[in-house]
Design a protein around this ligand. Structure first.
Ligand code: FPP
Ligand code: MG
Length: 349
């Protein structure tokens, strides 16, 4: 159904590796575990996402579909649909609408984020601000957010409030990351709060809205939201570790070091400030300007106890998330969520 010419289809832009494809999600084994109905609902969401961003001119429609058509894991819609399985109305239109709301909000935030990060590529395609211009990319983000607001209005005032509060957390997380920790605030606590707000909040809302729209028990809604926020943190913190440990993710190891972005392992090193780490700390600081310093910092960090400590923290959070699932009825969607936990932890290995 694509009416885009191949030249302007972001998916045809193969000049860069797909940046954020992820094996945890791309095989979607957890969706298979939960059954055919879940997969069919995800397919319907895909079609409706495309329709939801139809705009007043072909140019705006193209710009609004740009990032979505470039790919993405649809992690949030998947959580909506899996969480909905815990209620009696898993197949309702409201569940589909909730999935559209969270994905549109997520994609809207990516348009803004790419402008802030001055990123050249997203999901292997040119970023919207590179293809058009900053102001267009920002306004397209606003447009997508408007469409998300339009859809959530049909879900009632409680859903609107949840959405508004989530949006506030997203924005505050992004601002907190931009300005860094205030005087007297522990940088590691700050980092964890940024990740919880910037990523955990919308992931939690995905599960919450899915369960709520399906009519799940209030206690079940809360457990699923808590689970999802924790799994969002696990996902982000495992990314922090992969930045140091992996050569196979398609990312250059130490990208966060080069960009001066704090991560769990580097914050642990700084927090512990051991005398024997003086050289490592110096290399970490120099990594922003020097590829040689970055490579040395990566090598030293790989042998540092902070990596094991970071892994232990990720495993602890994943165990906590898994334990929450014990409170839920034992249905295939629960097994799917448990499998999700395992795959997110495994990606740090
Ligand atoms: C990606 O972070 C960005 C986010 C998770 C959220 C950013 C939130 C905003 C820009 C504010 C919200 C705005 C609207 C319109 C909803 P990252 O840079 O760490 O990850 P990346 O590697 O995917 O870029
Ligand atoms: Mg970014």
């Amino acid at each position: 159904m694509s009416q885009l010419d191949p030249q302007s289809d972001p998916a045809s832009d193969t000049s860069a590796a797909v940046l954020d494809e992820h094996p945890v999600i791309t095989g979607v084994p957890m969706v298979d575990a939960a059954g055919e109905a879940v997969r069919a609902r995800l397919d319907e969401i895909e079609t409706k996402l495309d329709e939801a961003v139809e705009a007043s001119t072909p140019m705006i429609t193209e710009a609004a579909r740009w990032i979505m058509r470039a790919g993405g894991k649809r992690f949030r819609p998947m959580l909506v649909v899996l969480a909905a399985e815990f209620g009696p109305r898993a197949a309702s239109d409201e569940v589909i609408s909730a999935a559209l709301v969270v994905e549109l909000t997520h994609v809207a935030s990516l348009y803004h984020d790419d402008v802030m990060d001055e990123a050249d590529r997203r999901r292997g395609a040119l970023t919207a601000h590179q293809k058009w211009q900053n102001s267009v990319a920002i306004l397209v983000g606003d447009f997508l957010f408007a469409r998300a607001s339009d859809i959530v209005a049909d879900l009632g005032p409680e859903a609107v409030q949840i959405q508004a509060r989530t949006f506030a957390r997203l924005v505050q997380g992004q601002i907190a990351e931009t300005v860094g920790p205030a005087e007297g605030v522990d940088p590691l606590d700050h980092h964890l709060q940024v990740l919880a707000d910037k990523t955990g909040a919308l992931i939690a809302t995905s599960a919450l809205l899915g369960a709520k729209m399906a009519g799940a028990d209030v206690r079940v809604q809360q457990v699923l939201a808590e689970f999802a926020e924790q799994i969002g943190m696990v996902f982000q913190l495992s990314d922090d570790i992969i930045d140091i440990t992996s050569d196979t993710t398609g990312k250059t190891p130490g990208t966060d070091l080069r960009e001066g972005v704090p991560t769990l392992p580097t914050l642990l090193v700084r927090q512990q400030s051991r005398p024997e780490d003086a050289q490592l700390l110096e290399r970490m600081d120099a990594a922003v300007d020097s590829d040689e310093a970055r490579a040395e910092a990566v090598a030293m960090l790989r042998a540092h106890p902070a990596i094991e400590q970071a892994r232990a923290e990720v495993a602890r959070r994943a165990d906590e998330a898994r334990a929450l699932l014990e409170q839920l009825p034992d249905i295939p969607a629960r097994a799917a969520l448990a499998e999700l936990c395992t795959s997110v932890v495994d990606r740090t290995a």
